[in-house]
Design a protein around this ligand. Sequence first.
Ligand code: 13P
Ligand code: SF4
Length: 322
Amino acid sequence: MAAKLPASPGNGEIPEDLEAAILDLKRERNAVLLAHYYQEDEVQDLADFVGDSLALAQAAKQVDRDVIAFCGVHFMAETAKILNPERTVVIPDLEAGCSLADGCPADEFGEFVARYPDAAVLTYINTTAEVKAMSDLICTSSNAARMAAAFEGRPLIFAPDRHLARWVAKQANRPDMIVWPGTCVVHEQFSAKRLAQLLVRHPDAEVLAHPECDEAVLDQADFVASTTGIIARAIESPAKTLIIATEDGVFHQIQQRAPDKKLIQAPGMDESCACNQCPYMRLNTLEKLYLCLRDLKPEVTVPEEIRVRALRPIERMLELSQ
Ligand code: 13P
Ligand code: SF4
């Protein structure tokens, strides 16, 4: 159980030195702070661990402190709870969802799966616990093609990202995959036409893209990978200029470790939008992190019956990813 704190100030009272207050609370609560690369720079800087979806799941499973404060989106915090149910899992903003998870409701997904009784179900980690519970195996962007290979010779459903599905189908030579047609609101906004125009101005730039991008964007990419893969490539690439087609939270780690690189955001369809910022991830602010550690809410919970069924395909992924 987490330690009880002395009487706390009202909800509106945010300490001046927020970072120090969060670190104090983290100690008092015996908490660990996990963050995704799409979080604000200052959140990443406070975290005990920053990673992509796979690394965060692996890290969450190992946590032995009382509390996991998860700075990411809901499905990531839910995965942490599924893997490590003894911990209290809190998230700064419960509304931090994901267009992929939201676009694949469990009841509709159940009907979809029932139409293909012989098919195995490979599901991206960007889904709810209920959808995971209907799956044979979970994957992330860093291992999706490898996970698809586990079902050679069997009909295969892939959900819920159709762009990632197309990329996996190519990598794993599974053109027959049955695909749930979801998309990510951030990655589908990158414009292939404007990217081509940008490349004319920067002919020596290397293009790094997340596999949730549209095919016409991925066709222009020199390197396609998860956030961890993009960051690692950006650091080690001989190219001095990098055009990056993913959420711009990844820039922070690259700038710290390769300050001499010129980083350019891949252009969106609409010049005026902040399309390369995930609106869900950015709901988690330092203020909300402080409040969630102070009050131990909002808490992320999963009904035990669903947790047990969702755990199996996640554990299987972790075993196959070793
Ligand atoms: P990664 O697993 O590559 O970090 O991706 C998470 C995600 O939500 C991409 O939009
Ligand atoms: Fe979901 Fe897209 Fe945000 Fe990733 S960037 S959490 S896939 S909405």
